[in-house]
Every structure is written in C-alpha cells, then in structure tokens.
Ligand binder design. Structure first.
Ligand SMILES: Cc1cc2nc3c(=O)[nH]c(=O)nc-3n(C[C@H](O)[C@H](O)[C@H](O)COP(=O)(O)O)c2cc1C
Length: 346
C-alpha cells in the first residue's frame, strides 16, 4: 500500500460516510428495545448530577469518546483539530483514526499530533490489528504511541471491511498471539475495537486473556463498513455481494449485555456503533458499559467547525443528564446499577 492510496482512501471514507446511505439495513443497535422506567420522584437536584468518569487514568467530564475516524490528509487534519479542541473543552476522550500512515509520511503524521489542541484529555492511537500480519509489530505500535502522545493504542478488528475493500489485507490468521505480544510489550494499555460489526463474548474473553485492557464493541446498527467499501469498490461482483450482508453483525446493545455479563468483563467496556444520542448512551451504561462512543453521527459537525461540535456535544451531554434525572440517578455508578432499564422483550 503506497502513501498515496492510503491518502485517497481516507478522504473517500469521509466523503462516502457524509454523503451516501451507509447505515446497515434490517438491523438496529437494539437500544430501542429498552426503555427507562420513569421516576416521578427523582429525589435529586438536576444541578448536582455528576457525569465524571476515569478513563486511561485520566478524568473525563462525561463518559463519552469520539470513535476513531480519521487523519493523514489536509482535510482529515482540519477535522482532527476540530475534534481535539472540542473534546478538550468538553472533557471527552478522543480516538484517533488509523495512524499507520503517520509512520510512513511526515506530513501525514502532523494530522495525528493533537496534543497542542488537546493537552489533558485521554487520547488513543489506532491501527488495524491485521497489520500485525503485514510487517507491523510492537515496535511500530510504540512508535505510533510516541508520535501521537497517546495514552493508549487501540487495534481495530475489521475483517469484513478488508474483504469488501478492493485493496484489502485479508490474512487474519494467528492474530490473537500477535495481539498478546503487543499487549505484553507496550508500556501503555492496548484496547481492541471492531468497526461496526460487534465483538462477541467468546472473542472478548480470549482478548482479555491475551492482555487487552479495554474493549470497544463498535457493534452493528450504525455505519456498515461493507456498505462504505461497496461505494469505493470497482469490483461489480463484490458490490452485488455486499447486498447480502446489509444486516450483518452483532447489535451494539446485545454486545454490551453479553460482555458486561462475562465472569471476567473488560476493565473498561466501551459501547459504540450506531449511538446517536445521550439516551442511547445512558441505556448502554445502564446495560454495563463504562463509556459510550460516537462515530459517524458527529462527523458532519466535525467537518463544519469546532463551534458546531461544541453545540452537538452539549446536546448529547444534556440528553445523558436528563436521562439520569428521569430515573433519579445521581452519578454514573447509580446509572450503571439502576433497576429502571426495562427490556421491551421481557
Ligand atoms: C469517516 C470514518 C473513518 C473511520 N476510520 C476508522 C479508522 O481509521 N480506524 C477505526 O478503528 N475505525 C474507523 N472508523 C469506524 C468508527 O470508529 C466506528 O467504529 C464505526 O463507524 C461504527 O460507529 P458509528 O456507527 O458510530 O459510525 C471510521 C468511521 C468513520 C465514519
């Protein structure tokens, strides 16, 4: 893969996810199957609701993060600057897009170096786990962490995306052992995320056993990366095959339920994949998640400006706080332990 082609791909991903119908179809996150049972007598003051949390040993004002999206091109740099400065101001955590190109191209590297805009918040770097089969290892992961000033690195599992990508890297064999080696060698925590098809409990247990410290579901019901790659593909057979996979994946709510119920759950469980508002985030936390992540749903504001992002962040935070007020949950511990989340299917 040349720098040039990674460059093109990054801008194409932004363009397609902003302009095309890339939502999975016939599948949803599953949060709509849950309702909070209203508490008419909350017995708390709205102003005293505490949404602060700790992530990667740093304090965040809300249990929210920006899912890994982009970097590597001038347009991506602008987006990352908006994301980083808005996240810093609001006390969110920030996931960087795949930072592989940063090692290969100095100009691209600058778009991942956001500590000036975001000196205090948790930032995690990102690389495809499959790259461990294509010449990358602990040394390159450490370099990415140093270069970005990140507090952690997340390896993404994106098998289905790579298959539908014409230039995809599709050898996913033997990765668990290599992930374990990276987790062992790095001085910062290593996390794992999917990209919109979810992580099941058996896989999660293997990853925790391998030394992975946090897991981000990146479940189904939001962006489908099969759909995104369909729009980029020149291969008409693959394009037609993509239609058979419109409803592929594990819904985000299902992943959170499964993973939080494991005998040994991850130290930190992040719910993401199709989360678009603060009520869904509150439901995710009530189901056992520690943090909630927003991806494509905040991309239009990120492209627009820092101010647009700040407004959107304020709304998402307000929705979380109102949900907590509506069930009388004073803090995230109370939200996590609430018995007022009712499954409609029960
Ligand atoms: C424009 C764009 C670029 C993305 N690039 C990356 C990436 O580089 N690395 C990664 O792990 N995930 C990447 N993702 C996937 C997101 O982190 C997220 O897991 C996925 O889109 C599902 O969440 P959503 O439904 O909230 O969008 C990208 C998403 C978008 C919208």
């Amino acid at each position: 893969m040349t720098d040039r082609s990674i460059h093109n791909r990054k801008d194409e991903h932004i363009h397609i996810t902003l302009n095309e119908q890339v939502q999975g179809k016939g599948i949803s996150t599953g949060f709509e199957s849950y309702r909070f049972e209203h508490q008419a007598l909350p017995e708390i003051s709205f102003d005293s609701i505490d949404t602060s949390a700790t992530f990667l040993k740093k304090q965040v004002k809300v249990p929210f993060l920006i899912s890994s999206m982009t970097g590597g091109t001038p347009r991506a740099h602008e987006i990352n600057r908006n994301l980083a400065s808005a996240a810093e101001e609001k006390g969110w955590a920030l996931g960087l897009g795949s930072s592989r190109v940063a090692l290969e191209n100095k100009t691209a590297a600058a778009s991942f170096q956001l500590r000036e805009e975001a000196p205090t918040i948790p930032i995690f770097a990102n690389i495809g786990a499959v790259q461990l089969n294509y010449g990358y290892g602990s040394e390159e992961c450490s370099q990415i962490v140093r270069l970005t000033g990140a507090d952690a690195i997340v390896l993404h599992l994106n098998s289905m995306q790579e298959i539908f990508q014409d230039e995809g890297d599709t050898d996913f064999s033997g990765l668990l052992l290599k992930i374990a080696k990276v987790a062992d060698a790095l001085s910062v925590p290593v996390g794992i995320k999917e990209v919109g098809f979810g992580i099941a409990s058996d896989t999660c247990s293997l990853l925790i056993e391998a030394g992975v410290q946090f897991i981000d579901t990146a479940g189904a019901g939001g962006t489908s990366w099969i759909e995104v790659e369909k729009y980029r593909s020149q291969n008409s057979i693959k394009q037609r095959a993509a239609s058979a996979f419109l409803d592929w994946g594990l819904p985000t709510a299902k992943c959170v339920e499964q993973l939080s119920g494991l005998p040994k759950p991850p130290d930190c469980l992040i719910a993401s994949g199709g989360i678009t508002n603060g009520v869904e985030a509150a439901k995710a936390i009530a189901l056992g998640a520690d943090m909630a992540g927003y991806g494509r749903s905040i991309l239009p504001e990120a492209v627009d400006s820092k101010e647009a992002l700040l407004e959107r962040f304020e709304q998402l935070e307000l929705e979380l706080r109102i949900s907590m007020f509506g069930i009388g949950a004073q803090n995230l511990e109370a939200l996590k332990n609430t018995d007022r989340l009712i499954s409609q299917n029960a």
